[in-house]
Design a protein around this ligand. Structure first.
Ligand SMILES: Cc1cc2nc3c(=O)[nH]c(=O)nc-3n(C[C@H](O)[C@H](O)[C@H](O)COP(=O)(O)OP(=O)(O)OC[C@H]3O[C@@H](n4cnc5c(N)ncnc54)[C@H](O)[C@@H]3O)c2cc1C
Length: 352
């Protein structure tokens, strides 16, 4: 379920490694793969975040253009009508924007990003653009817009700027934003949009599908899983990516290895073996500041910053290479490259 980073990696890994012939069907609402990590580029007009999905799927993977409306132990219900029976289900429906801020448009999903692009294209010189949210998405959106549209007045309103980064990395981000002419307002909150264009980059939210289907979820609505990513109350449903309840930051960086790990769990069961506990961790935080600047902060597997910070053009190059690599990795999942960590990291949450 879901042809994002986790779902495509899972489907391809499963198809490539299955010990016996399997039928893998990917259910996704659209025929395109959305590179969510480039949505801020789509908004600013510096790149596309959409590419054809079928070429990313291995031969033999069936693509069903539909939306899952209910998930159960032995199959899913589809919006287009009917059910799809399955022995195993990979729950990889990702995430999108949190509760809507009235009058603002979210950058976190494709429809919001496309609507923002139209607003930006039609904006006259001097139009204020307020990006709300001081996390990585807000920082990338503000800097991309400021660099590509210097005639707009871009400001970034943040309760806290780049809160997860080290002081050195945060300082590099702040300097990069200022060099691009972004007005940074820290310690402020926005309840209602002002004049001009307001970009909502505040919160992630996952679909309510698992909860609505009666499955055990955490407070955010992510599927509660065991140490092999199987649903705690429905072990035939294996979760991956943003929609899985893990201690990992919601990210493409973890979605791909989690997709591979979910497929490994299914593969082990196909072989009649006990799945191994999942070991996935983070390695770094990369943030682009337009096309010519960036900041790369190495981290430990639980996302704690460590080591020296890379900045400037070199960091921008690293970030771009990482973005390109994600597409290669989902197409040909490379476990040795994408999985990190020295031991089990799950379960993340203990069900009540
Ligand atoms: C602007 C921006 C920049 C980012 N930059 C970075 C970055 O630099 N590094 C990083 O690691 N992360 C980054 N992220 C976060 C990253 O994009 C997400 O964490 C990642 O996309 C999660 O992957 P996923 O496969 O779990 O879900 P998604 O990529 O969200 O894919 C989920 C898929 O499921 C489909 N789906 C949803 N509901 C259903 C349903 N009911 N039935 C069928 N299909 C369904 C969706 O249409 C979608 O195709 C960024 C995010 C944004 C918005």
């Amino acid at each position: 379920m879901g042809a994002g980073y986790a779902g495509v990696a899972a489907a391809n890994h499963l198809t490539a490694e299955a010990p016996t012939p399997v039928r893998v069907t990917v259910v996704n609402p659209r025929e395109e793969f959305v590179e969510r990590i480039r949505l801020h580029q789509l908004v600013a007009g510096t790149g596309s975040a959409v590419r054809p999905l079928r070429p990313l799927l291995r031969p033999g993977v069936d693509l069903r253009l539909d939306t899952v409306t209910r998930v159960g132990a032995d199959g899913v219900a589809l919006a287009g009508g009917g059910d799809l029976a399955a022995d195993r289900i990979v729950y990889a429906v990702g995430s999108g924007a949190g509760p809507a801020m009235p009058g603002a448009l979210p950058v976190r999903h494709l429809d919001g990003a496309v609507a923002l692009r139209h607003r930006v294209d039609g904006a006259s010189a001097g139009t204020p653009v307020t990006v709300v949210g001081g996390g990585l998405t807000g920082i990338e959106a503000a800097s991309e817009l400021a660099e590509a549209h210097p005639h707009l007045r871009v400001r970034l309103v943040a309760g806290a700027l780049a809160a997860g980064l080290s002081p050195a990395a945060r300082d590099a981000v702040r300097r990069g934003l200022e060099a691009l002419g972004v007005e940074v307002r820290e310690g402020e909150h926005v309840d209602a949009p002002g004049d001009g264009i307001t970009v909502d980059a505040t919160s992630f939210a996952v679909p309510g599908l698992a909860r609505d289907s009666g499955l055990a979820v955490d407070d955010a609505g992510r599927l509660l899983v065991d140490d092999a990513l199987r649903g705690v109350d429905v072990p035939t449903v294996v979760a991956a990516g943003d929609a899985a309840s893990t201690p990992l930051r919601m990210s493409c960086q973890t979605a791909i290895p989690l997709g591979i790990a979910a497929a490994d769990t299914v593969l082990a069961e196909l072989r009649g073996e006990q799945p191994r506990p999942v070991s996935v961790g983070l390695t770094m935080t990369c943030v682009s500041l337009g096309r010519r600047r960036g900041v790369v902060q190495p981290t430990d597997r639980l996302d704690v910053p460590r080591g020296p910070v890379l900045r400037g053009r070199a960091a921008a190059l690293v970030k771009e290479q990482v973005c390109r690599a994600t597409v290669r990795f989902v197409r040909r999942p490379a476990r040795a490259v994408t999985r990190a960590g020295d031991g089990p990291l799950l379960p993340a949450t203990v069900p009540a």
